[in-house]
Design a protein. Sequence first.
Length: 392
Amino acid sequence: MAQRLAKHWCLSAIRSPLQVISFPALQLHVSGTAMRADQKDFENAVTRVKLLKDPGNEMKLKLYALYKQATEGPCNVPKPGVFNLINKAKWDAWNALGSLPKETARQNYVDLVSSLSSSSASSSQVKPGADKEQQGSENLVVTSENGITKIMLNRPTKKNAITTQMYQEIILALKAASKDDSTITVLTGNGDYYCSGNDLSNFTDVLSGEIEEKVKSIAILLRDFVDCFIDFPKPLIAVVNGPAVGISVTLLGLFDAVYASDRATFHTPFSQLGQSPEGCSSYIFPKMMGPAKAKEMLIFGKKLTAGEACAQGLVTEVFPDSTFQTEVWTRLKAYSKLPPNAMRISKQIIRNMEKEKLHAVNAEEVSVLQERWLSDECINAVMNFLSKRAKL
Ligand SMILES: CCCCCC/C=C/C(=O)SCCNC(=O)CCNC(=O)[C@H](O)C(C)(C)COP(=O)(O)OP(=O)(O)OC[C@H]1O[C@@H](n2cnc3c(N)ncnc32)[C@H](O)[C@@H]1OP(=O)(O)O
């Protein structure tokens, strides 16, 4: 568990004195409605910064100083002693901002995080208009060829469980795909699983302290993630190469076509995990399959075969596993040659009728989940999985 925690630079193990620079909590107390938009941008930036790769000590100090200036104003604490290297470096950085107004510091912080996010994205994401394979990050491979952008979950040894870093990368990949030259976008998995859902070790931070802040940052990430699927403007197709669990199932209701291998299963064990549905499934599933079948999945965690999921309207078509890849990609290549604007507009007409509702459902589901994640039921289920690697 310690190793997993160390992956995030904001919590990284101490290797040199400056590496213990950590970032202040998400405890922001700006009042007044006029400041709301800025405040939200700032809060989002504070969340996003925790998901970035280590930007180096110099940049961490800049971020630290801007954060302190934005939340507390000019440096107002005594200078640490000369041997207190870390705190002195932090104090120097904050003090150097002089009387910079809080609002300017807040804006500079947001701009700096944006520039760091886009530079880390540009090193791992497909470039708009690319017409050949591009390397994504280790766990998410993004390629664009012949009018199809393929986003592949690539963590087969962990059944493609989605880490917080991967949520962030998928958001960036979808944003890039919405602007690139491709006609359609595909999400799929590498290995025997499509995806085992949320990586349950995403919650180790929650178990390790600073609970409320961690839960809040996970909630913002989840909401942004699902919003991206709601707003995605081009045809989005899921190529479900194997079993799907949790969020990878609920999101399917937001895709335009779902092709599944007959090896695939569809499982949403939310109650078993002390959690509740997300991905707009609490709204889409009952509409799609009727309340009785939706509740069997979302409340009781009934696992569906690919055939059953197809009968319920969650899957568009099922293919024998032996011919799955060939048949599906032949079909997708044909679809990618259809007039792109016509496809976008048709999708828009269908989605626009529900878009506002879907965003509201997403917000509500995330707010309920935020409470669930703090419940004993959820904490015990996650601890149980992480300690015993219990199977559901
Ligand atoms: C921004 C955050 C938003 C949160 C949104 C809310 C999302 C909710 C969900 O998605 S809920 C669903 C969560 N997923 C699960 O509960 C699945 C848990 N995994 C399992 O039950 C099983 O691993 C399995 C049925 C998927 C596969 O079983 P099996 O074929 O026997 O393989 P292993 O169990 O040996 O798995 C291999 C390896 O992968 C690790 N792993 C699999 N799934 C996850 C996961 N979801 N999170 C973390 N790790 C996972 C597993 O522990 C093994 O690791 P190891 O080899 O032991 O190191």
